[in-house]
Design a protein around this ligand. Structure first.
Ligand SMILES: [Zn+2]
Length: 237
């Protein structure tokens, strides 16, 4: 172990916690993204169920309308039969007979259409059932993923609060001025505020420092910064 300012040792312990905190915070921040991604798996299956349901309902409406068409003609036939009973005129009776035949012919055609529609409905219902089954499988899968994500978020929060407590304790004995410098650097730099200086090269920006900086580090009197990037240095020789 190289000789080191006690302040630097404390900062390195603090920084280790801060780096872990930063990683966990990022993971926690990404949880909603993972949740949205999990839920997006439902979109296709949900759309298929909706389309299937609409198709089945439309076919049911068509069948109702066809049933009504048949009913209307059956009523007309019944009315004509009643009128046939009441009339005494032969030509009227025959004219009504022709009307009845015409309605019966129409009913036959509508009934063919009714059969086609019922087949269509059966097919639509089987497609809907398949789509619902597929959605149920996906939903169960997504629910499990969402549950795991909630558990993960809870675990991350717990670990974060432990780390926060540790870093508060570690930060307490560090001088305010050093703390301010460290905080400013750690906030700005994505990696670290305190970095090793090995072979005259800053471990943060990888620039060569001037010999005066190395001299100052060796003297172990003050907190020394890289003149290129400003990071706090400690000597590794
Ligand atoms: Zn540097």
């Amino acid at each position: 172990m190289n000789p080191m300012l006690p302040e630097i040792t404390k900062l390195l312990q603090l920084q280790e916690r801060d780096q872990r905190i930063r990683t966990l915070q990022k993971e926690l921040k990404d949880v909603p993204k993972h949740e949205a991604l999990a839920k997006s798996q439902l979109a296709g299956d949900t759309a298929a169920v909706e389309a299937g349901s609409i198709k089945a309902k439309e076919t049911e409406v068509k069948i109702k309308s066809v049933e009504l068409d048949i009913q209307t003609r059956q009523n007309s036939i019944k009315r004509l039969h009643d009128q046939q009973f009441e009339t005494r005129k032969n030509d009227e009776f025959q004219a009504m007979g022709i009307e009845i035949k015409r309605y019966e012919g129409e009913i036959n055609k509508i009934e063919d259409k009714q059969l086609d529609l019922m087949e269509e409905l059966e097919f639509a219902k089987s497609l809907l059932k398949d789509a619902q089954a597929k959605l149920a499988v996906t939903q169960a899968h997504v629910n499990a993923e969402l549950k795991a994500l909630v558990e993960r978020a809870e675990g991350l929060k717990k670990r974060l609060s432990n780390l926060e407590a540790e870093r508060t304790e570690l930060a307490a004995p560090i001088e305010q001025q050093t703390m301010d410098l460290y905080t400013r650097l750690f906030t700005k730099k994505p990696d670290a505020a305190v970095v090793p200086l090995a072979h005259g090269i800053c471990g943060g920006c990888h620039m060569k420092v001037v010999s005066g900086t190395i001299q100052q580090l060796r003297s172990e009197e003050v907190v020394t910064q890289c003149e290129s990037c400003g990071r706090i240095l400690y000597l590794v020789e």
